[in-house]
Design a protein around this ligand. Structure first.
Ligand code: G3P
Ligand code: CA
Length: 252
């Protein structure tokens, strides 16, 4: 099936590399973004939180164990301590020594290569508002004057509200595992342009209703070509994937 991009209002690519480079590289590292570029991706998602000294950096979990050679809670480590960790070796010797990047480093990469970034604001527990505000302000600064603003998203309504206060002009998406019955009121309350949901919680009818209400619709984490085809046919604007070959398999 072919998916024309002509006439689309949504400025973000249909295919977004999950956590930078999907499953092919250590998540949330520049090695992942490079892998995405190699596969032709011009859209990427990443998880951003705050170090102990309030630097915006990329990490999914609340602790550093799974994706680095460090130990402990991310919120307890300064950016200097985080930057010394090996965030690539766990994924294979070829990635050993890959650092945990700051949002600033990632912005430079995205701006240099024309990558549209979806920044998931992923606060450490108890730091929701502070993280939302700091990440949004930093994103507005880093992308100031850029033609293509990053999309801010979060599961945390508190983080999204704080992001809105700090950088009202940056577009926001509300992330949900299950689409709640009052999705429309929640999206309007949060002043979000888009809903980003687990694709398994979506039906054709729900997708049509969300689109008809004027919102953009994204789905995560879509790794099977047949699922991507079905979702795009339902009107989903972008799918987030670990399978970088998905673009070649089903894109026009
Ligand atoms: O952005 C959607 C997706 O990344 C949310 O799930 O756990 O991979 O951050 P997770
Ligand atoms: Ca994420």
């Amino acid at each position: 099936m072919s998916h024309s991009t002509s006439g689309r209002q949504w400025p973000y690519p249909r295919f977004i590399a999950h956590r930078g480079g999907g499953a092919l590289a250590p998540e949330n590292t520049l090695a992942g973004f490079r892998e995405g570029l190699r596969y032709g991706y011009r859209g990427a998602e990443c998880d951003v939180k705050l170090s102990a000294d309030n630097v915006c950096f990329l990490l999914h979990d609340d602790t550093v164990e799974r994706t680095s050679n460090g130990r402990g809670a991310a919120a307890a480590l300064s950016m200097a301590q985080l930057a010394r960790l090996d965030a690539g070796g766990w994924k294979g010797a070829a990635f050993a020594g890959e650092p945990m990047p700051t949002l600033e480093t990632v912005a430079a990469c995205c701006l240099a290569h024309g990558i549209a970034l979806n920044i998931e604001i992923k606060p450490c527990p108890g730091r929701e508002a502070e993280t939302g505000a700091t990440v949004a302000a930093e994103a507005a600064r880093l992308w100031s004057g850029a033609a293509f603003p990053p999309l801010l998203s979060s599961f945390s309504a508190e983080a999204l509200s704080a992001a809105r206060e700090a950088a009202p002009n940056l577009p926001r998406a509300w992330l949900v595992e299950q689409v709640p019955a009052d999705w429309q009121a929640r999206l309007r309350d949060l002043d979000c342009v888009a809903l980003h949901c687990d694709y398994q919680s979506l039906s054709a009818e729900l997708a049509a209703a969300i689109k008809q209400a004027g919102f953009q619709l994204l789905c995560y984490t879509v790794n099977q070509p047949a699922d991507a085809e079905r979702l795009l046919a339902w009107g989903v604007d972008s799918v987030c994937t670990d399978r970088l070959d998905l673009l070649r398999l089903i894109s026009d």
